[in-house]
Each structure stands twice: as structure tokens, then as C-alpha cells.
Ligand binder design. Sequence first.
Ligand SMILES: Cc1cc2nc3c(=O)[nH]c(=O)nc-3n(C[C@H](O)[C@H](O)[C@H](O)COP(=O)(O)OP(=O)(O)OC[C@H]3O[C@@H](n4cnc5c(N)ncnc54)[C@H](O)[C@@H]3O)c2cc1C
Length: 183
Amino acid sequence: MNAPWATTPTDRGVAMVAGAAPESYWLDRPERPAPRARHTGSTAEDLVIVGGGFTGLWAAVHAAEENPDRSIVLLEGDRIAEGATGRNGGFCAASLTHGLSNGLDRYADELPELLRMGTETLDAICATADRYGIDADIERTGELDIANFDWQVDDLRELSDEGRRLSQPMEYLDAHAVASRVT
Ligand SMILES: Cc1cc2nc3c(=O)[nH]c(=O)nc-3n(C[C@H](O)[C@H](O)[C@H](O)COP(=O)(O)OP(=O)(O)OC[C@H]3O[C@@H](n4cnc5c(N)ncnc54)[C@H](O)[C@@H]3O)c2cc1C
């Protein structure tokens, strides 16, 4: 028997994506910078960073801010953000554990520190975008987890209790309160 949430593609669904280009939403736009010229030969730098995704780019920004005199080269084998960075869903969450529930299950002892670091990182991302005038459409909306089945309601209520115990600004909303936020 299929799981209750399993779906099969409908004709309407298939038609809706028939004309979609197999490109990343974020990169398939005219203002995407042109690729840089291929680097050849050798170079001597204070710091070489391999990979032009979020990790490499963030490391480069920090290294340059830490020491503006440092020479830095960032090597990307494809194009900037062509990997996971250019293909993600655009959700910029503070959680370093992919959600509080996962963090409680796997990293309970370290969780207070992980939560602190996650919030600090999200703050730093927003502040960096501000500082460099990066128009990333950032909206700090918070997150809403919704119970789709009755058995999930108690789990969410317990999770919000745990969150508050860890000083997280979490709130349990009943069905009416959720509906008023999404309609
Ligand atoms: C479908 C999808 C959805 C996601 N959604 C989200 C989300 O909503 N929110 C979120 O926070 N995270 C999300 N993620 C995760 C997030 O996108 C990644 O964690 C993040 O982009 C990783 O960045 P990175 O720089 O470490 O790796 P990458 O973005 O993969 O960058 C690594 C780069 O290194 C280059 N490279 C590798 N080897 C070499 C080499 N030898 N020489 C030169 N270059 C090299 C690659 O070409 C690549 O460009 C998602 C990921 C995927 C795939």
C-alpha cells in the first residue's frame, strides 16, 4: 500500500513543468555574471581557496576582511555557484543540525553551543549581505512547521517545549492560529 503522502504525477502536474528549462532557478537569469577567463600558468598567493560555492566564497570574504593585504585566489573548476550552491532551495536557516528535532536526537550535549553558533552565522550572513549591498532578497521570516497528520501534533508541541527550554523563540500554534498565518 502506498504511504498516505505518496503521490503520482498527474497530467496537469506534468503539463505544468513541460516547458521548464533544466537550469538552476538562481542562475538562469540574464544578470548572471559571465564566466571568468580560464586560469593557466602558475601564481603565488598568500591563500588559495579551491571551490567557488558558499564555503569557498565565504572563506574568501572572511580572509580578505581579516587581512586586506593578503593576496587571495579562489579556484573554481566549473563556474561560480554551479554546484550545490546554485541549486539550493534558498532557505537560509539558523539551524546547523537540520532542525531542532534532529539536533536533540543526535547532538543533545552540544546543542546549546550549536544553536548559538547557528544564530551567529545567520546574523553574519545577513550583515555581510548588508555590508556589501548584496541584493539577495533576504527575509528573516522565521519558520513554520505544520502538522499534516494528527499524530504529529503532540510531537510539535513537545518540540516547542524543548525549544523554549533551550531559550529558542518558539511558539506552539493551534490549527486556528496556523490558518490565520497562511491564508
Ligand atoms: C537540491 C539542493 C537543495 C538545497 N537546499 C538548501 C537550502 O534550501 N538551504 C540550505 O541552507 N542549504 C541547502 N542545500 C545545501 C547547500 O546548497 C550546500 O550545503 C552548499 O551550497 C554547499 O556549498 P559548498 O561551497 O560547500 O559546495 P558547492 O556549492 O558544491 O561548491 C563546491 C565547488 O567546488 C568546485 N570544485 C570541487 N572540486 C574542485 C577542484 N578540484 N578544483 C576546482 N573546483 C572544484 C565545484 O565545482 C563547486 O562549484 C541544498 C543542496 C541541494 C543540492
